[in-house]
Design a protein around this ligand. Structure first.
Ligand code: SF4
Ligand code: SF4
Ligand code: SF4
Length: 277
């Protein structure tokens, strides 16, 4: 999770306090279920109050005719750049925006769309589209296409966390998400540990902030918010692979596109560990 650069915060601060200008905002969706944009709307009065402090120029979920020739201070991007049109829009919005904030798992980790990367891609597309000819690219996270300034994680994003972050953006406070595991929130709330009960749970390595909402419903954590910094991936993977088949473990890691980041981090930890020996 990257820290919002200080100078960018200062820019917003000056704009708000000295020039008395409102930041111009765009909110766009790529390929997604639109759930994260609906979380914004679900905030009701809190979100409307925030809107009074900004100039919302583009919100494609709500308006038919976007204004394509404007520049923005902050662009919020939900969804994954699956199609050529998505990629074009994303690059265009990056060029026209000072900050680019990604919303949710689809944008940050590839989301459920990334499932096909781990399967036989051709077979998967045939199952869905049958004989229709459609492009079948590998799914990649938004930061493979453009620079991302800040990520708000989750599937969907958490409303309280969203409001806290967008408030911090406006008062020019550097945004830094606490780097704790989901286990902490789970145990603080007194939920039963599903890992100890014999289920695959990625809570020990997943970034907290969701209030362990899945564990509340006795559903194990499948890592939709990605990894927290300093997660002890090797310990959890060793435990899981000693107690479950590789296929079972990978299947859970693939649901929200976490598998590639988990395996990538594991490899880099091993390389660094070998170097320091
Ligand atoms: S992250 Fe989840 S809720 Fe948000 S758009 Fe993607 S699938 Fe929907
Ligand atoms: S159920 Fe999962 S998140 Fe909760 S304490 Fe156990 S491993 Fe951690
Ligand atoms: S418990 Fe895990 S899967 Fe559920 S919302 Fe939190 S991070 Fe996502």
């Amino acid at each position: 999770m990257k820290k919002l650069k200080k100078e960018k915060g200062i820019y917003l601060y000056k704009m708000l306090k000295n020039k008395k200008l409102k930041p111009r905002i765009a909110i766009i969706g790529l390929t997604s279920c639109e759930g994260c944009q609906f979380v914004m709307l679900d905030q009701g009065k809190r979100f409307l109050n925030w809107l009074k402090k900004v100039e919302l120029d583009e919100f494609r979920l709500l308006e038919d005719q976007p204004m394509p020739d404007k520049n923005y201070d902050i662009c919020f991007v939900e969804g994954n750049p699956v199609t050529a049109e998505n990629i074009k829009l994303l690059k265009e919005m990056r060029q026209r925006s000072k900050f680019l904030v990604v919303l949710g798992n689809c944008a940050a980790l590839g989301g459920v769309w990334e499932l096909k990367n781990y399967q036989n891609k051709k077979r998967v597309i045939r199952q869905v589209y049958q004989s229709m000819r459609v492009p079948n690219p590998d799914i990649k996270e938004v930061n493979n296409f453009v620079k991302v300034d800040l990520t708000i994680p989750g599937c969907p994003i958490d409303g309280d966390e969203l409001m806290e972050i967008i408030h911090q953006l406006l008062i020019a406070k550097p945004v830094r998400l606490p780097q704790n595991p989901v286990c902490e929130e789970c145990q603080m709330r007194g939920y039963e540990c599903l890992l100890q009960k014999g289920e695959i749970c990625l809570g020990p390595i997943s970034l907290a902030g969701c209030k362990a909402v899945c564990l509340k419903s006795k559903q194990a954590c499948w890592g939709c918010r990605g990894l927290f910094e300093g997660a002890q991936i090797k310990n959890l993977m060793t435990y899981l692979l000693n107690n479950f088949s590789r296929e079972q473990v990978y299947r859970v890691m693939e649901v929200f596109g976490a598998r590639d980041s988990i395996m990538g981090q594991l490899r880099s930890d091993e390389v660094n560990g070998n170097k320091s020996r």
